[in-house]
Design a protein around this ligand. Structure first.
Ligand code: MLT
Ligand code: ZN
Length: 464
């Protein structure tokens, strides 16, 4: 470390083995996430390897009055891991190991910096699965997944991250180590602080260890790509497939989304163009399930809800079909998209979809809008692409005008401004569209208890 900042010198003196860096390229690298909207400006980056170091760093932060931004894979899309105001970035990337596996409990205990994909691989080595999954699996960390209660493509079958957390060790904003739930299945002993920490976006403390519940591997599955003639039939197709099949995933995207993924090198699935598509994965463990899949497809064709379809004949083809959906984020990234990540109850989806389509059609006449998402969970991603030559701040300003209208509509439909990406910096202005004033007051009170000096990821979720 080459800084003469007395606060950093004190930290390095207290923890001589701690990797602490103020190198310009590292400040830039660790100070941002995938939003790319803010200019990184952290004080320094600390990369601890032990829980005791994390505790010591948090105690130092309290003594010195330095804010701390906990940092995982920084694949977040809401600015939750951005450090733009002289904070210390506390990166968990060196705490990335599998610590234990218990075959009786079927629990894998890991450090927070481990990548989601490494968790998948470790579970597979024991003949089990960790079922939360999404496209950023290779880069995102389990600590970040916990901080946002990450969802992804299999929520319809397995739920969000919070369903799979059997225990957490957390360092609070005052440096206390809490060992929460300890892998218990049944534990009626008061407030579930483990669940409180999940989705708290680093504002209450730092996850330093997680015990993950593992599941049996799924039955064999098939992947089907469906072409839909209109938006209106989407939820009918979903209802038809869900009533007949055990769905592992049900994802939708528009032709605009597909065109971007194709331009990125994916293979064209149909000769003809169709306005909407669904990728669905379902169990085909026996002949009855295989027959049910064909019956669902044929019923939708007969109704005119589906105009074409492909079913995977091999793992390679299944992966090709998934690429059409999973490649969207990467294909859109060069356009600096303004991302909406909203949800309503599935039953409210048809009315919400119709209203939102009209709203955005009127509000965004100039911008390209790309729709996709986890429609089977009531979660829609609406990405607005920045036109070439338009200043980014002006682009965001114009998009926010529409987000205000979207937030009103979400309020009416009792939905959420963030289904799975988190509030972070991006959506804190809209938190009150989803949470009542009384709820936000309780959240602030909780923060006050766990982080009395307001040093844990300040300015994220809500302003101090
Ligand atoms: C997805 O569903 O692909 C992710 O939430 C990422 C995104 O919205 O870009
Ligand atoms: Zn998503």
């Amino acid at each position: 470390m080459s800084s003469n900042d007395p606060r950093l010198l004190a930290l390095q003196q207290a923890l001589p083995e701690l990797r602490l860096t103020t190198e310009a390229s590292e400040l830039e690298h660790y100070g941002r996430d995938w939003t790319r909207r803010w200019t990184p400006a952290p004080l320094a980056i600390a990369l601890p390897t032990r829980i005791e170091e994390v505790q010591a760093i948090v105690r130092w932060a309290n003594e010195q009055g330095v804010a701390v931004v906990p940092s995982g894979g920084r694949t977040g899309l809401s600015g939750g891991a951005v450090a733009a105001h002289g904070e210390l970035v506390l990166s968990l990337e060196r705490m990335n190991k599998v610590l234990a596996f218990d075959a009786v409990d079927r629990i894998l205990t890991v450090q927070p910096g481990i990548a989601l994909e490494a968790v998948h691989n470790a579970a597979r080595e024991h003949g089990l699965v960790y079922p939360v999954d999404f496209a950023a699996r290779g880069s995102c960390s389990i600590g970040g997944n916990i901080a946002t209660n990450a969802g992804g493509i299999r929520v319809i079958r397995y739920g969000n991250t919070r369903e799979w957390i059997a225990g957490l060790k957390v360092v609070t904003g005052s440096g206390e180590l809490l060992d929460l739930n300890r892998g218990l299945i049944k534990n009626s002993s008061g407030y579930d602080l483990r669940q409180l920490l999940i989705a708290s976006e680093g504002t209450l403390g730092i996850v330093v260890e997680a015990s993950l519940r593992l599941a049996d591997p799924p039955p064999p599955t098939n992947v089907m790509l469906l072409a839909l003639p209109s938006f209106e039939v989407l939820m009918q197709v979903f209802a038809e497939f869900r009533s007949r099949l055990q769905l592992e995933a049900f994802e939708f995207f528009t032709d605009r989304a597909l065109q971007h993924v194709l331009a990125h090198g994916a293979q064209k699935p149909f000769e003809e163009l169709h306005p909407y598509y669904v990728v669905t994965e379902f169990a085909i463990g026996n002949e009855a399930q295989e027959a049910a899949a064909m019956a669902a497809f044929e019923a939708c064709m007969e109704q005119g809800w589906v105009s074409d379809g492909v079913i995977s004949q091999s793992d390679a083809q299944a992966a090709q079909l998934w690429r059409l959906r999973e490649g969207i984020t990467e294909a859109l990234a060069p356009y600096k998209p303004y991302k909406n990540d909203v949800s309503v109850r599935i039953s409210a989806m048809p009315a919400f979809l119709a209203e939102t389509q009209t709203l955005l059609g009127q509000a965004y006449p100039e911008f390209e809008v790309v729709w996709f998402g986890h429609i089977g969970d009531g979660n829609l991603h609406i990405n607005v692409l920045k036109p070439d030559g338009l200043d980014n701040d002006e682009f965001v300003r114009q998009c926010e005008q529409v987000t205000k209208l979207l937030a009103q509509s979400l309020r009416q439909h009792a939905g959420s401004i963030s289904a799975e990406h988190g509030i972070g910096l991006v959506k804190k202005g809209y938190l009150d569209s989803t949470r009542s004033a009384a709820e936000i007051a309780v959240m602030r009170g909780i923060k006050q208890v766990l982080d009395p000096n307001g040093l844990m990821n300040p300015g994220k979720l809500f302003d101090p």
